[in-house]
Design a protein around this ligand. Sequence first.
Ligand SMILES: [Fe+2]
Length: 307
Amino acid sequence: MVLNFKETYEINDLTIPKNIDYISDIHGDYYFITHTISIDDIKNNDIENFFNLIRLNSFNQDNKILIISGDISENNELTIKILNVLKKFYKYIVFIIGNHDIFITNRIEEDDYENNSLLKFEELKRKCKDLENIYLLDGGIITINGVSIGGTMGWYDGSYIYKYKNQYYQYNDKRINKDWLTYIDGRKIRGIKMFNEYFEYELEKLKYLVSNSNIVTTHFMPTNNQKHFNPMYLQKIYESMNQYFCFNGIDKLEDEINEKLKHWIYGHSHDGIDYEYKNIRVVNNCIGSWVESNMGKNSKFKEIIID
Ligand SMILES: [Fe+2]
Protein backbone atom coordinates (compact mmCIF):
# COMPACT_ATOMS: atom_id res chain seq x y z
CA MET A 1 0.00 0.00 0.00
CA VAL A 2 1.10 3.57 -0.63
CA LEU A 3 0.24 6.34 1.81
CA ASN A 4 0.57 9.74 0.15
CA PHE A 5 0.44 13.13 1.87
CA LYS A 6 -2.10 13.07 4.73
CA GLU A 7 -3.29 9.56 3.92
CA THR A 8 -3.63 7.37 7.00
CA TYR A 9 -4.14 3.69 7.70
CA GLU A 10 -4.66 1.76 10.91
CA ILE A 11 -3.79 -1.81 11.87
CA ASN A 12 -4.66 -3.58 15.08
CA ASP A 13 -2.82 -6.86 15.45
CA LEU A 14 -2.29 -7.97 19.03
CA THR A 15 -0.55 -11.20 17.95
CA ILE A 16 2.77 -9.39 17.45
CA PRO A 17 5.30 -7.77 19.83
CA LYS A 18 5.02 -3.98 20.26
CA ASN A 19 8.66 -3.15 19.62
CA ILE A 20 9.72 -1.91 16.20
CA ASP A 21 12.92 -2.71 14.30
CA TYR A 22 14.58 -0.16 12.05
CA ILE A 23 17.29 -0.12 9.43
CA SER A 24 18.22 1.90 6.33
CA ASP A 25 20.62 2.19 3.42
CA ILE A 26 20.52 -1.44 2.43
CA HIS A 27 21.95 -0.42 -0.98
CA GLY A 28 21.02 -3.77 -2.48
CA ASP A 29 22.88 -2.87 -5.67
CA TYR A 30 26.19 -3.13 -3.82
CA TYR A 31 25.42 -6.59 -2.50
CA PHE A 32 23.29 -8.42 -5.03
CA ILE A 33 23.51 -6.88 -8.47
CA THR A 34 27.23 -6.95 -9.23
CA HIS A 35 27.47 -10.44 -10.72
CA THR A 36 24.13 -10.62 -12.50
CA ILE A 37 22.82 -9.58 -15.85
CA SER A 38 19.21 -9.17 -14.86
CA ILE A 39 17.35 -8.76 -11.58
CA ASP A 40 15.66 -12.12 -12.22
CA ASP A 41 19.07 -13.79 -11.85
CA ILE A 42 19.41 -12.62 -8.26
CA LYS A 43 18.46 -15.52 -6.02
CA ASN A 44 16.03 -14.86 -3.21
CA ASN A 45 18.14 -17.23 -1.12
CA ASP A 46 21.19 -14.98 -1.41
CA ILE A 47 19.15 -12.02 -0.20
CA GLU A 48 17.60 -14.09 2.58
CA ASN A 49 21.00 -15.34 3.77
CA PHE A 50 22.29 -11.77 3.92
CA PHE A 51 19.41 -10.58 6.09
CA ASN A 52 19.47 -13.74 8.16
CA LEU A 53 23.04 -12.89 9.14
CA ILE A 54 21.97 -9.38 10.14
CA ARG A 55 18.96 -10.75 12.01
CA LEU A 56 21.19 -13.11 14.00
CA ASN A 57 23.29 -10.13 15.13
CA SER A 58 20.20 -8.37 16.38
CA PHE A 59 19.27 -8.09 20.02
CA ASN A 60 15.66 -9.13 19.52
CA GLN A 61 14.69 -11.56 16.78
CA ASP A 62 10.97 -11.66 17.59
CA ASN A 63 9.95 -8.22 16.35
CA LYS A 64 7.50 -8.22 13.47
CA ILE A 65 7.44 -4.56 12.40
CA LEU A 66 10.31 -3.10 10.37
CA ILE A 67 10.88 0.52 9.35
CA ILE A 68 13.32 1.14 6.48
CA SER A 69 14.48 4.75 6.15
CA GLY A 70 15.39 4.83 2.47
CA ASP A 71 18.07 3.72 -0.01
CA ILE A 72 16.93 0.14 -0.43
CA SER A 73 18.37 0.03 -3.95
CA GLU A 74 18.70 2.04 -7.17
CA ASN A 75 16.48 -0.37 -9.09
CA ASN A 76 12.73 -0.58 -8.44
CA GLU A 77 12.55 -4.26 -9.35
CA LEU A 78 15.36 -5.11 -6.95
CA THR A 79 13.74 -3.01 -4.22
CA ILE A 80 10.52 -5.01 -4.55
CA LYS A 81 12.49 -8.24 -4.48
CA ILE A 82 14.30 -7.20 -1.28
CA LEU A 83 11.04 -6.13 0.37
CA ASN A 84 9.43 -9.47 -0.46
CA VAL A 85 12.36 -11.37 1.05
CA LEU A 86 12.25 -9.22 4.20
CA LYS A 87 8.61 -10.22 4.57
CA LYS A 88 9.90 -13.66 5.60
CA PHE A 89 11.23 -12.02 8.76
CA TYR A 90 8.71 -9.22 9.33
CA LYS A 91 4.93 -9.23 9.16
CA TYR A 92 4.71 -5.46 8.52
CA ILE A 93 7.23 -3.34 6.64
CA VAL A 94 6.99 0.45 6.55
CA PHE A 95 9.43 2.32 4.32
CA ILE A 96 10.32 5.61 2.68
CA ILE A 97 12.58 6.36 -0.25
CA GLY A 98 16.06 7.86 -0.11
CA ASN A 99 18.01 9.75 -2.75
CA HIS A 100 19.48 6.56 -4.27
CA ASP A 101 16.04 5.01 -4.77
CA ILE A 102 15.21 7.71 -7.31
CA PHE A 103 18.59 8.02 -9.03
CA ILE A 104 18.41 7.83 -12.81
CA THR A 105 21.33 5.46 -13.25
CA ASN A 106 21.71 4.83 -16.99
CA ARG A 107 20.44 5.76 -20.45
CA ILE A 108 17.73 3.13 -20.38
CA GLU A 109 16.33 4.72 -17.24
CA GLU A 110 16.68 8.17 -18.80
CA ASP A 111 14.29 6.95 -21.52
CA ASP A 112 12.01 4.87 -19.30
CA TYR A 113 11.51 7.64 -16.74
CA GLU A 114 11.77 10.58 -19.16
CA ASN A 115 14.89 11.65 -17.29
CA ASN A 116 12.75 12.47 -14.25
CA SER A 117 13.42 10.99 -10.80
CA LEU A 118 9.85 11.65 -9.71
CA LEU A 119 8.58 9.34 -12.45
CA LYS A 120 10.85 6.61 -11.11
CA PHE A 121 9.27 7.20 -7.70
CA GLU A 122 5.79 6.98 -9.23
CA GLU A 123 6.69 3.62 -10.76
CA LEU A 124 7.82 2.34 -7.36
CA LYS A 125 4.51 3.50 -5.90
CA ARG A 126 2.63 1.57 -8.58
CA LYS A 127 4.67 -1.54 -7.85
CA CYS A 128 4.03 -1.23 -4.09
CA LYS A 129 0.32 -0.55 -4.39
CA ASP A 130 -0.81 -4.14 -4.01
CA LEU A 131 1.97 -5.56 -1.81
CA GLU A 132 0.48 -7.11 1.28
CA ASN A 133 1.48 -5.48 4.58
CA ILE A 134 4.21 -3.43 2.92
CA TYR A 135 3.64 0.34 3.22
CA LEU A 136 5.44 3.04 1.28
CA LEU A 137 5.03 6.40 3.01
CA ASP A 138 5.17 9.67 1.08
CA GLY A 139 3.78 12.02 3.70
CA GLY A 140 1.26 9.51 5.07
CA ILE A 141 0.90 7.93 8.50
CA ILE A 142 0.36 4.30 9.42
CA THR A 143 -0.76 3.43 12.92
CA ILE A 144 0.08 -0.07 14.13
CA ASN A 145 -1.27 -1.11 17.51
CA GLY A 146 -1.71 2.52 18.53
CA VAL A 147 1.76 3.70 17.48
CA SER A 148 1.62 6.15 14.58
CA ILE A 149 4.52 6.15 12.14
CA GLY A 150 4.78 9.08 9.72
CA GLY A 151 7.26 9.07 6.88
CA THR A 152 8.61 11.02 3.96
CA MET A 153 12.04 11.28 2.37
CA GLY A 154 12.87 14.83 3.55
CA TRP A 155 15.74 16.59 1.79
CA TYR A 156 18.67 18.88 2.57
CA ASP A 157 17.87 22.56 2.71
CA GLY A 158 21.35 24.13 2.47
CA SER A 159 21.04 25.54 6.00
CA TYR A 160 24.15 23.77 7.31
CA ILE A 161 26.60 25.58 5.04
CA TYR A 162 25.11 28.99 5.78
CA LYS A 163 25.04 28.29 9.50
CA TYR A 164 28.72 27.40 9.73
CA LYS A 165 30.12 29.51 6.89
CA ASN A 166 32.89 27.09 6.10
CA GLN A 167 36.08 29.10 5.63
CA TYR A 168 37.30 26.70 2.95
CA TYR A 169 34.25 27.05 0.78
CA GLN A 170 32.89 30.06 -1.10
CA TYR A 171 29.19 29.50 -0.89
CA ASN A 172 26.03 30.84 -2.36
CA ASP A 173 23.13 28.89 -3.82
CA LYS A 174 24.49 29.13 -7.34
CA ARG A 175 27.94 27.88 -6.36
CA ILE A 176 26.53 25.11 -4.18
CA ASN A 177 24.30 24.07 -7.06
CA LYS A 178 27.25 23.86 -9.44
CA ASP A 179 28.95 21.42 -7.08
CA TRP A 180 25.69 19.55 -6.52
CA LEU A 181 25.26 19.04 -10.27
CA THR A 182 28.90 18.10 -10.79
CA TYR A 183 29.79 15.90 -7.83
CA ILE A 184 26.72 15.21 -5.71
CA ASP A 185 23.16 13.91 -6.21
CA GLY A 186 22.52 16.40 -9.03
CA ARG A 187 24.27 13.99 -11.40
CA LYS A 188 21.57 11.37 -10.93
CA ILE A 189 18.57 13.18 -9.47
CA ARG A 190 16.82 14.41 -12.60
CA GLY A 191 13.91 16.77 -13.13
CA ILE A 192 15.03 19.06 -10.30
CA LYS A 193 17.05 22.17 -11.09
CA MET A 194 18.27 23.29 -7.66
CA PHE A 195 19.93 21.25 -4.91
CA ASN A 196 17.38 22.41 -2.30
CA GLU A 197 14.28 22.37 -4.51
CA TYR A 198 13.03 19.03 -3.24
CA PHE A 199 13.05 20.35 0.33
CA GLU A 200 10.23 22.75 -0.56
CA TYR A 201 8.05 19.78 -1.56
CA GLU A 202 8.89 18.01 1.66
CA LEU A 203 8.35 20.79 4.17
CA GLU A 204 4.53 20.72 4.08
CA LYS A 205 4.53 16.95 4.50
CA LEU A 206 6.88 17.23 7.47
CA LYS A 207 4.69 19.82 9.19
CA TYR A 208 1.79 17.39 9.01
CA LEU A 209 3.82 14.38 10.12
CA VAL A 210 5.41 15.96 13.19
CA SER A 211 1.99 17.12 14.37
CA ASN A 212 0.41 13.70 14.16
CA SER A 213 3.00 10.94 14.66
CA ASN A 214 4.72 9.12 17.53
CA ILE A 215 7.58 8.17 15.24
CA VAL A 216 8.74 10.11 12.17
CA THR A 217 11.12 8.72 9.63
CA THR A 218 13.04 10.65 6.97
CA HIS A 219 16.06 9.71 4.91
CA PHE A 220 17.99 12.82 5.95
CA MET A 221 19.04 13.93 9.43
CA PRO A 222 16.53 16.38 10.94
CA THR A 223 18.99 18.77 12.62
CA ASN A 224 21.82 20.86 11.15
CA ASN A 225 23.97 21.08 14.26
CA GLN A 226 27.64 20.07 14.07
CA LYS A 227 27.41 18.39 17.46
CA HIS A 228 25.11 15.80 15.86
CA PHE A 229 27.72 14.74 13.30
CA ASN A 230 30.36 12.12 13.78
CA PRO A 231 33.48 14.22 14.60
CA MET A 232 35.27 12.56 11.68
CA TYR A 233 32.99 14.48 9.28
CA LEU A 234 33.92 17.84 10.76
CA GLN A 235 37.40 17.50 9.27
CA LYS A 236 38.22 19.81 6.38
CA ILE A 237 38.09 17.14 3.65
CA TYR A 238 34.55 16.05 4.50
CA GLU A 239 32.98 19.14 5.98
CA SER A 240 31.62 20.73 2.81
CA MET A 241 29.61 17.50 2.28
CA ASN A 242 27.72 17.73 5.56
CA GLN A 243 25.12 20.06 4.09
CA TYR A 244 23.93 17.20 1.87
CA PHE A 245 23.18 15.07 4.91
CA CYS A 246 20.85 17.19 6.99
CA PHE A 247 18.14 19.83 7.17
CA ASN A 248 16.93 22.25 9.76
CA GLY A 249 13.96 20.14 10.84
CA ILE A 250 13.35 19.89 14.57
CA ASP A 251 14.17 23.58 15.15
CA LYS A 252 12.22 24.87 12.16
CA LEU A 253 9.20 22.66 12.92
CA GLU A 254 9.16 23.46 16.63
CA ASP A 255 5.68 25.04 16.49
CA GLU A 256 4.19 22.05 14.69
CA ILE A 257 5.87 19.28 16.70
CA ASN A 258 3.41 17.48 18.95
CA GLU A 259 4.76 16.28 22.30
CA LYS A 260 3.71 12.73 21.41
CA LEU A 261 6.53 12.65 18.83
CA LYS A 262 9.20 10.63 20.65
CA HIS A 263 11.40 9.11 17.93
CA TRP A 264 12.86 10.29 14.65
CA ILE A 265 14.56 7.65 12.52
CA TYR A 266 16.85 8.82 9.72
CA GLY A 267 19.20 7.17 7.23
CA HIS A 268 21.72 8.36 4.63
CA SER A 269 24.63 8.95 7.07
CA HIS A 270 26.39 5.62 6.98
CA ASP A 271 28.24 6.52 10.13
CA GLY A 272 25.50 8.39 11.95
CA ILE A 273 25.20 9.24 15.61
CA ASP A 274 22.13 8.61 17.76
CA TYR A 275 21.21 11.60 19.91
CA GLU A 276 18.44 13.26 21.87
CA TYR A 277 17.25 16.72 20.87
CA LYS A 278 14.29 18.64 22.29
CA ASN A 279 12.82 15.48 23.84
CA ILE A 280 13.03 13.53 20.59
CA ARG A 281 15.29 10.49 20.33
CA VAL A 282 16.97 10.72 16.92
CA VAL A 283 18.35 7.38 15.72
CA ASN A 284 20.14 5.96 12.70
CA ASN A 285 20.97 2.41 11.59
CA CYS A 286 22.50 2.25 8.12
CA ILE A 287 23.86 -0.95 6.61
CA GLY A 288 25.98 0.94 4.07
CA SER A 289 28.58 -0.46 1.70
CA TRP A 290 30.04 -3.94 2.00
CA VAL A 291 33.18 -2.46 3.54
CA GLU A 292 31.16 -0.51 6.13
CA SER A 293 28.99 -3.49 7.01
CA ASN A 294 31.73 -6.12 6.53
CA MET A 295 29.29 -7.91 4.18
CA GLY A 296 26.58 -7.63 6.81
CA LYS A 297 28.65 -9.08 9.65
CA ASN A 298 28.81 -5.70 11.42
CA SER A 299 25.14 -4.87 10.88
CA LYS A 300 22.05 -5.53 12.92
CA PHE A 301 18.40 -4.58 13.11
CA LYS A 302 18.07 -2.05 15.93
CA GLU A 303 14.82 -1.68 17.82
CA ILE A 304 12.63 1.02 19.32
CA ILE A 305 11.13 -0.08 22.61
CA ILE A 306 7.46 0.80 22.84
CA ASP A 307 6.18 1.31 26.40
FE1 LIG B 1 21.13 8.33 0.96
